[in-house]
Design a binder for this molecule. Structure first.
Ligand code: UD1
Ligand code: CA
Length: 450
């Protein structure tokens, strides 16, 4: 059977205490609504209709890459009113109602619900020990008769623990008819979508229920506390997948994956690491505590020591990086490179076996093989207007606290004396240095205090 999807996302989310529309709040760096649209797409529906209201333009713009119909609900008069706006677009034989603030809904539950809803109506339910705030499923014997909103419940109905998750599937023709019949004569003066259940009963249409798999899958996000809980649930899903594929996480509850992380065999990740964008990690790699990796590729047998920050970097085999290293965009290292503490590399290629171990800045550079860059070396790549390149050829030794003023080329096999400011290209295999001669003044006396 063909399907249309309606996603309810018009609400403001008052309890978030935020200017941002609720469905744009992020979970693992993605807007909440994105998750719901992704799930809807997996069902391959005829179309997806998102009902927007509060800051509709902002919601639309943020997710403008999605092929969905954006439908403006002028005033938030209730869930039934919201679905009415989608009626002209309901081209599937069945219509699935999803909520923009229920991001962890399970695809398998939805598939079962759709199957159960054929030619009739099916409702995703849950048994909640504390059903406060939810619509209750009213049954006579076994058959569903109606859904009553909590504010309209009598005492007996309030004690019912079988609740409406809000997610349902209806035969489209019937749905359109029922929507035209619902009224707002209730305690909240809203058009309740849930009133279609009693109308289905009246029409003797089959009403099925399906109990959701777990509570988190039907949970909505209404506050920052619920947002944080949902974030943890999403993180746990991601870390479980990683561990199932063989990664060792020293503490999955202290790992954050905000994009896509792929790990080959025998990867060990210590606590506090954050992965953003696309990160690919090879075999036998260790990521030290509190490291942040964004859009990186790390090849086999690499050790990244704690507190390292890598952004758009490619790290070659058998590198040792950190602790406290910063690899900025455009950094590419070959095999066996060592980058040590307080070293910043940007837009540079570093050759096999090269070591830059302490307190250096290397920017816009090409560094050859087996180069040793001494502590405190700086490539002065910026003249205040333009960036310039530094080339350091193979087997160079750069003494500590040297400045290489770009554009400049350090010839193969040459040595730079410590403390030099190099402004001209240096010849291969020679010692170049530029520093004032050391002198000592005999008989010099320290100034004395009176
Ligand atoms: C709704 C259900 C209730 C169910 C609960 C589950 C109705 C009448 N009640 O109640 O049975 O137990 O969800 O969470 O359907 N929205 C719009 N336009 C509107 C009103 C709401 O787009 O005019 C959207 C909201 O942004 C939200 C969703 O619909 O994402 C649910 O609305 P909400 O007001 O939270 O419904 P509840 O009162 O919680
Ligand atoms: Ca709600």
């Amino acid at each position: 059977m063909s399907l249309s999807v309606v996603i309810l996302a018009a609400g403001k989310g008052t309890r978030m205490f935020s200017e941002q529309p609720k469905v744009l709040h992020k979970l693992a760096e993605q807007p909440m609504l994105q998750y719901v649209i992704n799930i809807a797409n997996e069902l391959k529906p005829k179309n997806i209709n998102v009902i927007v209201g509060y800051k509709a333009k902002e919601v639309e713009q943020t997710l403008s890459h999605e092929k969905v119909n954006w439908i403006l609900q002028k005033k938030q008069l209730g869930t039934g009113d919201a679905v009415k706006y989608a009626v002209p677009n309901l081209i599937g034989q069945q219509t699935l109602i999803l909520y923009g603030d229920v991001p962890l809904i399970e695809i398998n539950d939805l598939k079962k619900l759709i199957k159960k809803g054929e030619k009739g109506l099916s409702i995703l339910t849950f048994n909640k020990l504390n059903p406060k705030g939810y619509g209750r499923i009213i049954r006579a014997l076994n058959d569903v008769e109606a859904i009553v909103e909590e504010k309209d419940c009598n005492d007996t109905q309030q004690r019912i623990t079988e609740i409406n998750t809000g997610i349902m599937v209806a035969d489209t023709k019937h749905l359109i008819n029922w929507l035209s019949l619902i009224s707002n004569k209730n305690s909240q003066k809203e058009y309740y979508l849930t009133d279609i259940v009693a109308l289905a009963k009246k029409d003797k249409i089959r009403i099925n229920t399906l109990e959701a798999n777990s509570e988190i899958t039907i949970s909505g996000v209404n506050s920052k506390i619920e947002l944080a809980k949902m974030e943890r649930a999403i993180q746990l899903k991601k870390t479980n997948t990683l561990m199932e594929q063989g990664a060792t996480l020293l503490d999955p509850s202290r790992t954050d994956i905000r994009g896509q992380l792929d790990c080959d065999r025998d990867v060990v990740i210590d606590v506090g690491c954050i992965f953003e964008g696309k990160v690919k990690i090879g075999k036998n790699v260790t990521i030290g505590a509190y490291s942040i990796l964004k859009d990186c590729e790390i090849l086999d047998d690499v050790i990244i020591k704690p507190y390292s920050h890598l952004d758009n970097a490619k790290v070659g085999k058998k590198n040792i990086i950190g602790p406290y290293a910063r690899l900025r965009p455009g950094t590419e290292t070959n095999d066996n490179v060592h980058i040590g503490n307080f070293v910043e590399i940007k837009n540079s290629k570093i050759g096999t076996g090269t070591k830059i171990n302490h307190l250096s800045y290397v920017g816009d550079s090409i560094v050859g093989k087996n180069v040793n860059v001494g502590a405190g070396t700086i490539t002065c790549n910026y003249d205040g207007v333009k960036k310039h390149q530094t080339i350091i050829e193979d087997n160079v030794f750069i003494g500590s606290n040297s400045q290489l003023v770009a554009p400049v080329k350090i010839g193969a096999g040459s040595t730079i004396g410590a403390g030099s400011t190099i402004t001209k290209n240096t010849p291969a295999n020679e010692l170049s240095l530029s520093r004032a001669k050391q002198t000592s003044i005999p008989g010099w006396e320290k100034p004395k205090k009176n």
